[in-house]
Design a binder for this molecule. Structure first.
Ligand code: HEC
Length: 118
């Protein structure tokens, strides 16, 4: 009897932990989706035109291959705010859009810290 109850408690604990992890995951996923959409088409001009990023299936060859330089989120934001060399700045993007792009590009390229950023 006692054993059974503690087994129940353990199971409930597991289910609870999984549910809350999933809740956080959904919000994170929405941001990643927004970032990907901006990357592939809605940013003007779209990042995909100039950059190769495997996750976005883009093969732009004007700028560096993001899978290779693996920028972290801060580096992406800096490039978007200030522009860099032949890359234009993106002053019309909102903070939320900048954050979404920074997160998407850093994670998709492998430059982000996956566990913390997810
Ligand atoms: C018109 C072409 C073009 C577009 C559009 C463009 N980039 Fe770039 N990007 C470049 C070029 C060129 C560089 C290299 C600049 C240099 O190092 O002189 C670059 C560099 C970068 C870097 C590296 C920055 C660093 O610190 O080395 C990141 C990250 C980046 N771009 C992300 C993006 C994202 C995200 C978008 C879309 C919002 C985007 N780029 C749109 C051309 C572009």
């Amino acid at each position: 009897m006692r054993l059974r109850r503690s087994l129940m408690m353990a199971l409930l604990g597991l289910v609870g932990a999984q549910a809350s992890a999933q809740g956080a995951g959904d919000a994170g996923q929405a941001e990643l989706d927004l970032g990907k959409q901006l990357f592939t088409k809605s940013a003007k001009p779209a990042c995909a035109l100039c950059h190769t990023l495997r996750d976005a299936q883009s093969e732009g060859a004007v700028g560096p291959v993001l899978d290779e330089i693996k920028p972290d989120a801060d580096r992406v934001k800096r490039a978007l705010r200030n522009g860099l060399g032949n890359m234009p700045a993106f002053p019309h993007l909102s903070e939320a859009e900048l954050a979404a792009l920074a997160r998407y590009v850093s994670q998709a390229s492998g430059g982000g810290a996956p566990a913390a950023a997810k």
